[in-house]
Ligand binder design. Structure first.
Ligand SMILES: CC(=O)N[C@H]1[C@@H](OP(=O)(O)OP(=O)(O)OC[C@H]2O[C@@H](n3ccc(=O)[nH]c3=O)[C@H](O)[C@@H]2O)O[C@H](CO)[C@@H](O)[C@@H]1O[C@H](C)C(=O)N[C@@H](C)C(=O)N[C@H](CCC(=O)O)C(=O)O
Ligand SMILES: Nc1ncnc2c1ncn2[C@@H]1O[C@H](COP(=O)(O)OP(=O)(O)OP(=O)(O)O)[C@@H](O)[C@H]1O
Ligand SMILES: N[C@H](CCC[C@H](N)C(=O)O)C(=O)O
Ligand SMILES: [Mg+2]
Length: 487
């Protein structure tokens, strides 16, 4: 139990009705989770207004309510706290409730359109290998040192973040790497956290359904850097034109990394093969099993971060050479017939382009590239023709198929994708709505030495159709079909 007034520290309060000396058992922002003596935070959501559930929350046992507008009828014995912004209040209260856990470890946030999971997960791996207890909050999973939890979001809600960080404190975790999504920043999920550093990977087209314009999307990302403290570091990729924009108003110590332009941390690709990359990082050579130009950026960001967090250069280089690829990120298998299948989470135009260009830079002319790709439903529709254009322009053959259609009609999503295909590429493409059939067809099309890319779902182990999640794992499915072909 904790007293209400003790968790209101840093919350901007407009009015209080009732006593702030009441004891609170737990905090929830969903009335369905409220139990006796809990605090309910009413949030104006994207779909419904949480203020509608204040009455239900009280029926379920809420002893206090934090809201932006006081209800007309106030219930005796319940304390009401009116705040400016419920989401922001929730974030501060969550941190107070769990004893400011971000201040008891070194928390580093990774933001950008692509590469967040890769960079955060590889930093987790590297620091584990260096002998530390480490935490990870990522799209793929949440790790409290060795203990794994399922992830539901890239950046969880502020209560979940602080609860996980508290568990990390209790487990003696020293470093935590977390993905910071634009939704996370915009919905105040990371407010009130103390970050030791922030990393910016890149910015390209995504989520324009949510953020309306690219400028708005960029400015939301920038808020993360604007909020860093003067003791923190801000590390940005300056080959991306928005890298320096992120640094414009930050108080943090500024560091840059780049492959092309001048920067504090520089890398050069010496060799780029299917077996990995040979890089020159500042003045030292390092070999990594990670594949593709874009991973040179990720490795460089990792190198710089590890150095900024105090690891020795020689040790960092040694550990980088031991890193293993992240689940569903350029994960590949080669069949006995020498067909290579790559499963990758490229679900944005830029990521798809990067992955296809990487494969094209490695394969020979005789090796065909067959791409299986789709786009998620209930997400940015303007991505669709762009991805259709890119897939068909950069592959030998393409099978368009469903990603997670969610509530949308799969055929309608596929029509949007097909609109981006240029006439000269029509004959390269075929559309098969059922993803399993699409993968099977790609396997049947493939000749020895060909490459199949299955893009968009990476590590995901489900497919969401009409609100229902079915078991689905691209990697397992392609592995199975390749095995069947051998028989
Ligand atoms: C669009 C979006 O981001 N929505 C998030 C948001 O939900 P919302 O605003 O829609 O909530 P709502 O349904 O309108 O409900 C409003 C409030 O009423 C409450 N409620 C509702 C019903 C009820 O009976 N009682 C009750 O109290 C809800 O708990 C909520 O507090 O706040 C919720 C709680 O934190 C999130 O779970 C939810 O994520 C949804 C599920 C989601 O799909 N989000 C995706 C888009 C997302 O966040 N993605 C990014 C990654 C993007 C990327 O970079 O690739 C991520 O960080 O994961
Ligand atoms: N630095 C990078 N630049 C561009 N593309 C990248 C980079 N790193 C990874 N990618 C591509 O983007 C895909 C997604 O990578 P990753 O999962 O690391 O990104 P993310 O930012 O975590 O994505 P999400 O927003 O879905 O969480 C990869 O599968 C790869 O195709
Ligand atoms: N974090 C991204 C992941 C997209 C992955 C793709 N498989 C899809 O379902 O659209 C999102 O929620 O938009
Ligand atoms: Mg991610």
């Amino acid at each position: 139990m904790i007293v209400l007034k003790d968790i209101l520290y840093k919350v901007t309060i407009n009015a209080v009705v009732g006593s702030t000396s009441v004891s609170i058992n737990n905090i929830h922002f969903d009335s369905r989770n409220i139990k006796k003596s809990d605090l309910f935070v009413a949030i104006k959501g994207n779909i419904v207004d949480g203020h509608k559930f204040i009455e239900v929350a009280i029926k379920n046992g809420a002893i206090a309510i934090v809201c932006e507008t006081l209800p007309d009828i106030l219930v005796d014995g319940v304390t009401y706290v009116e705040v400016d912004n419920s989401k922001s209040a929730l974030a501060f209260m969550a941190s107070n409730f769990y004893d400011a856990p971000s201040e008891n470890l070194k928390l580093v946030g990774v933001t950008g359109t692509n590469g967040k999971t890769t960079v955060a997960s590889l930093l987790y791996q590297l620091f584990k290998k260096a002998g530390y207890k480490v935490g990870l909050l990522s799209t793929v999973k949440i790790l409290i040192d060795n203990k794994a939890y399922k992830a539901t979001h890239t950046t969880p809600d502020s209560l979940t973040i602080n609860r996980c960080l508290k568990e990390m404190n209790d487990a003696g975790v020293e470093f935590c790497f977390m993905e910071v999504s634009s939704h996370g920043i915009h919905q105040n999920r990371i407010e009130g956290l103390y970050f030791e550093g922030g990393i910016f990977t890149n910015l390209s087209h995504d989520h324009l359904d949510y953020h309306n314009t690219f400028a708005e999307y960029r400015d939301v990302k920038k808020v993360f850097f604007d909020s860093l403290s003067s003791k923190a570091f801000a590390l940005v990729n300056t080959d991306d034109k928005n890298g320096l924009v992120m640094l414009q108003n930050t108080k943090a110590k500024k560091y840059t990394y780049a492959l092309k332009g001048y920067a504090d941390y520089k890398a050069q690709i010496l060799e780029n093969q299917f077996s990995g990359l040979l890089l020159k990082v500042n003045d030292s050579e390092v070999w990594t099993r990670l594949i593709g130009n874009f991973n040179a950026y990720n490795v460089l960001a990792i190198y710089a971060t590890a150095e900024l967090l105090g690891l020795e250069k020689v040790e960092i280089l040694r550990l980088i050479s031991e890193l293993e690829s992240v689940s569903g990120r350029f994960q590949y298998i080669i069949s006995d017939e020498k067909i290579t299948a790559i499963v990758d989470y490229a679900h944005t135009p830029d990521a798809l382009k990067n992955v296809l260009e990487t494969i094209n830079s490695i394969r020979t002319k005789n090796e065909a590239l067959i791409t299986v790709v789709g786009c998620g439903g209930d997400r940015d529709k303007t991505k669709r023709p762009k991805m259709g254009y890119i897939a068909s322009a950069l592959s030998t053959k393409v099978v368009f198929t469903s990603d997670n259609p969610r509530s949308e009609k799969p055929e309608a999503i596929l029509e949007d994708i097909e609109k981006g295909v240029e006439p000269q590429n029509f004959k390269k493409t075929v559309t098969i709505t059922d993803r399993k059939q699409a993968i099977k067809t790609a396997c049947q099309m493939a000749q020895p030495n060909d490459i199949i890319l299955i893009a968009g779902k990476g590590h995901e182990t489900y497919q969401e159709i009409k609100g229902e999640r079915f078991d689905f794992d691209d990697y397992k499915i392609v592995q199975e079909f390749l095995k069947q072909l051998q028989k």
